[in-house]
Design a protein. Structure first.
Length: 151
């Protein structure tokens, strides 16, 4: 069973799964995330080798999915991003009621900027995160669904 050791994440994951992939704010720690588009990102721990699961805000743009390694504007990349870099072949997503394998692509340059700006237009807090994280550039990761790979 995938693990998370953060109570906040545990509440959000429970809320997500109890409500078919939507955050309803049914637990105290998940209330601030009510209505935010979240997916559950499954990775293999870069150091531990354990399967991990993290709720992550995402941007859907046509048939493409993007996640943002903001860590709330922290000075370091979040652990899930390090996991993606270490084990890119072992990433899957829970979105709504589906779980599927994905390939990952770290966006760079103009493409990264385009999708970061789109997310920031919807959720301006991402601009604040980038200011707080400076000089760290918040990575943008495209999650490319593996066709026929329902888990």
């Amino acid at each position: 069973m995938p693990q998370t050791d953060q109570p906040l994440n545990q509440d959000i994951i429970r809320d997500f799964r109890e409500n078919n992939g939507h955050i309803r704010g049914t637990s105290p720690l998940s209330k601030p995330f009510k209505g935010v588009p979240l997916l559950l990102l499954h990775t293999r721990g870069a150091h531990s080798g354990l399967e991990r699961v993290n709720p992550v805000a995402y941007l859907a743009d046509e048939n493409r999915l993007f996640v943002f390694a903001s860590d709330g504007g922290g000075p370091k990349h979040p652990a899930w991003f390090c996991n993606v870099l270490a084990h890119p072949e072992e990433v899957s997503v829970e979105l709504g009621t589906e779980t599927f394998a994905v390939r990952t692509k770290i966006l760079e340059g103009e493409e990264r900027e385009t999708f970061f700006q789109k997310m920031s237009a919807l959720f301006p807090v991402f601009l604040e995160y980038q200011q707080k994280a400076y000089p760290r550039l918040i990575p943008v990761v495209e999650l490319i669904r593996q066709t026929g790979e329902l888990l």
